[in-house]
Design a binder for this molecule. Structure first.
Ligand code: ADP
Ligand code: ASP
Ligand code: MG
Length: 404
């Protein structure tokens, strides 16, 4: 049995009119000789609304109940899609994760799919039905609902494609594919025809919301090709695939940016072994993700300054933990909320010298000050004032000829 997995994101199912449109797309796929499995996200805005409600109930909302609540948006959209397909005379029903079942492991809010029982869905496909499966949710071995982190319907689609050995996995979204940078911010961003898993993983981890980072890890591990395209137009999208399938990699493939970072600097901390570990241990125990880190060279060998970034949502907790930490001493703490990380990504930079210089020169020409730098084999990230993000991206886009 040849199978295609179609995943629809929040905006694609964001209204009754949109649900009618995606039902039409599904019915067109049924004309091919493949069986169709649909995965849907919640209607746009619904998941955010649930999360806001948890914050109003408690600043320490129980994680298991959080998953029960925030995964419920997917139940609504799946029922609406099935209902519309039934209206069109197509056999279809919704499948919640526990009905499949889709098993996950790991903590609530950020579980990962480890197994999907195929029998019921296969029987349903054989009977000519179109299953509409809830994205983003699963169950754990304690028989409780779990969710797969924000944007997790992408991971649901990819793991369903893996377990059902689908021929194609199409991610339908509100843009025509993966672009050189966010097309909603930079008008001359260009659609990328093919991108490697490695570059896509960096792009999404560094802020490109179009694909969830964990989903790309799943795709890379399982060698699942992903088509990303629009549910609004019929144009060709982007293929996310292995590096070997890409003939001429560019030096820079894309530019990503973050919107909600904060910079924390500890001034005058004692410069001795173990200090950094003492600073970061309580943060890690409290699930605070520390990103860019720089430590200044100590001029007198006694004291130094340490700078790092965390998400805005974690700033208050981080400050409290640092101030309460008996194991460390520092003279002052400076918190800057309005910073952004801008990153250039490309496998081509491994073999091309001078990329770092070109990036810094382009930013300097635009009088953009770099606050922190971090690099890996295929990316360079800089932390800058948030007010200059658009200017920075435009200048880098031009420097590396990304609109061509
Ligand atoms: P969905 O609801 O379909 O899952 P998302 O909102 O999660 O869609 O992701 C699509 C959004 O990702 C686009 O509307 C776009 O603004 C944003 N985006 C950020 N960076 C990129 C990029 N490099 N290419 C395409 N879209 C991007
Ligand atoms: N509805 C979930 C979210 O908003 C999952 C998804 O959109 O993929 O994060
Ligand atoms: Mg998404």
């Amino acid at each position: 049995m040849k199978i295609v997995v179609l995943k629809f994101g929040g905006t694609s199912v964001g209204s009754i009119d949109r649900i009618k449109k995606v039902s039409k797309i599904i019915s067109l796929h049924m004309k091919s000789n493949r069986r169709v499995i649909v995965v849907s996200s919640a209607m746009s805005g619904v998941t955010n609304d649930f999360i806001n409600k948890t914050k109003k109930i408690s600043n320490n909302f129980n994680s298991a109940e959080y998953d029960v609540l925030v995964s419920s948006g997917e139940q609504i959209s799946c029922a609406l899609i099935s209902g519309r397909l039934n209206h069109l005379g197509i056999k279809s029903r919704s499948w919640l994760s526990w009905q499949v079942p889709i098993f996950t492991e790991g903590d609530y809010k950020k579980s990962r799919i480890i197994n999907i029982f195929k029998k019921r869905i296969l029987n349903y496909l054989k009977s000519g039905g179109v299953p509409i499966i809830t994205g983003f949710q699963g169950i754990n071995f304690e028989n409780r609902l779990t969710t797969l982190e924000r944007g997790g319907s992408d991971a649901s689609a990819i793991m369903i494609a893996k377990f059902f050995k689908a021929e194609r996995c199409i991610i339908y979204t509100d843009v025509e594919g993966v672009y050189t940078t966010d097309p909603n911010l930079i008008k001359n961003a260009k659609k990328i025809k093919k991108i490697s898993y490695e570059e896509m993983l960096e792009m999404s981890s560094l802020g490109a919301k179009v694909m969830q980072p964990a989903s790309i890890q799943d795709a890379r591990l399982n060698r699942i090709n992903i088509d990303v395209k629009s549910s609004f137009t019929n144009n060709t999208g982007t293929l996310i695939t292995k590096r070997k399938n890409i003939s001429k990699p560019k030096i820079i493939t894309g530019i990503s940016f973050t919107k909600n970072d904060s910079k924390i600097t500890l001034l005058g901390i004692t410069d001795k072994p173990g200090v950094a570990a003492s600073i970061f241990e309580p943060l890690s125990k409290n699930f605070i993700n520390v990103d860019m880190v720089v430590q200044n060279i100590s001029s007198d060998g006694k004291e130094t300054d340490l700078t790092f970034t965390v998400k805005n949502d974690d700033v208050v907790k981080t400050e409290k933990l640092l101030k309460e930490n008996q194991k460390i001493k520092f003279k002052n703490i400076i918190i800057t909320k309005n910073v952004s990380k801008v990153s250039i990504i490309g496998v081509g930079m491994i073999t091309t010298p001078g990329v770092t210089y070109r990036m810094f020169r382009a930013l300097a020409k635009n009088k953009i000050n770099i606050q922190v730098i971090s690099t890996s084999e295929i990316k360079i990230s800089v932390l800058i004032n948030k007010a200059f993000v658009k200017k920075a991206i435009k200048s880098l886009h031009k420097e590396f000829n990304l609109s061509k």
